[in-house]
Design a protein around this ligand. Structure first.
Ligand code: FMN
Length: 367
């Protein structure tokens, strides 16, 4: 049986050994933006999964660009040293491609960790948030400050400086977070961006600042390393970002030198109607892949190996991106390989667990 899911994939200058990637997942376990031992075990563990690519969680490019006090940052030497320790560790145990998702949380910053309620911080622990327009995320959330040009420069420069830190760590790729209602997607979405200057109004205007950031990062991020973005296929809300907008944005990202996009969606408004179900965002990836013509991944409730195989074999996406499924089963790619009759390389220390090494009658069952 041949499996497309386990075929290599070239993403710009980066070659993946298969088409299974691990999505960025915030761990809310950093201290002052610096990774801790939790990240060592979390990313170390996932790096042994058999997936080809591992995206480090949404990482604030400025302190106020973090979502919570527990989010990682890449705005200080201490942050860089702490992340480098984790990246070096991952590299010492796994050949996985590893990169970081650079992010600014915009009006969704200054929030509680999920297990503390997810709501806005209050009192001394809160900080002032920024956004394209002074519109709160939802009732009860603080009024963000609408960014002026100086503030936008600071954000853009934060992305650039963080990319330079990522380069010093020799990460394989950087990914710009442009979905889920964080700052870049706030600029893109007509629901959060009500500006009347050249950064608001038309799609071209709303894309202007995100593309300024992408261009500035590309200038310092060498062509020999991949750059990508996680984008929205839709806001899932009336009057919001559409699949046509996603195609236009992906085309522009490609033009400024992006090598891949992972298509997600939602998050700009809290009352969006998201029709969650297996592979619910696949059609958006399919559209972007077909009409923008750059390496495209699909994310969102992909958890069954046959489903993942169908997505890539039918050309709906070039790769799949898994988040919760990978936390639930950190050996998902091993199990998918058994199910699909494919092979995946195990670390030599674990080779005796490979189905081929099991004695007859003790074969691992596929799901
Ligand atoms: C614990 C957790 C943390 C997440 N953090 C991020 C993040 O840092 N950046 C991001 O783009 N998406 C984040 N997401 C969303 C996932 O990357 C993914 O887009 C979403 O969960 C859908 O994929 P899934 O159904 O495979 O979980 C997070 C999801 C989970 C479960």
């Amino acid at each position: 049986m041949s499996s497309k899911l386990f075929e290599p994939l070239a993403i710009g200058p980066m070659t993946l050994t298969n088409r299974i990637t691990i999505a960025a997942m915030c761990q809310y376990s950093a201290i002052d933006g610096s990774m801790t031992d939790w990240h060592l075990q979390h990313l170390g563990n996932l790096s042994l999964s058999g997936a080809a690519m591992l995206v480090i969680e949404a990482t604030g490019v400025t302190p106020e660009g973090r979502i919570t006090h527990g989010c990682t940052g890449l705005y200080s030497d201490a942050n860089e040293t702490a992340m480098k320790r984790v990246v070096d560790f991952v590299r010492s145990v796994s050949p996985i491609r590893i990169g970081v998702q650079l992010s600014h949380a915009g009006r969704k910053a200054s929030a509680e960790r999920p297990w503390e309620g997810r709501g806005p911080l209050n009192g001394e622990s809160a900080w002032e948030t920024v956004a394209p327009s002074a519109i709160p995320l939802a009732p009860g959330w603080p009024m963000p400050v609408a960014l002026n040009r100086a503030g936008m420069d600071r954000v853009r420069d934060g992305f650039v400086a963080s990319a330079q830190r990522a380069l010093r760590m020799e990460l394989d790729f950087v990914e710009l977070h442009s979905t889920h209602g964080y700052l870049i997607s706030e600029f893109l979405s007509p629901l959060a961006n009500k500006r009347t200057d050249e950064y608001g109004g038309s799609l071209e205007n709303r894309m202007r600042f995100p593309l300024e950031i992408a261009r500035a990062v590309r200038e310092v991020w060498p062509r020999q390393r991949a750059m990508g973005s996680k984008i929205s296929g839709t806001d899932f809300a009336e009057g919001g970002w559409t699949p046509d907008d996603a195609v236009a944005y992906a085309r522009e990202l490609k033009r400024v030198g992006c090598d891949y996009v992972t298509v997600s969606g939602g998050g700009v408004v809290l009352d969006a109607k998201v029709p969650t179900g297996p592979g619910y965002q696949v059609p958006y990836a399919e559209r972007v892949r077909r009409d923008a013509g750059l390496a495209t991944g699909s994310v969102g409730l992909i958890s069954d190996p046959h489903q993942a195989e169908e997505i890539v074999a039918s050309g709906k996406a070039d790769y799949v991106s898994l988040a919760r499924g990978m936390l639930f089963d950190p050996r998902w790619p091993w199990h998918a390989a058994v199910t699909l009759g494919a092979d995946v390389k195990y670390p030599p220390q674990y080779e005796r667990a490979h189905p081929k090494a099991w004695p007859p009658g003790r074969q691992v069952k596929s799901s």
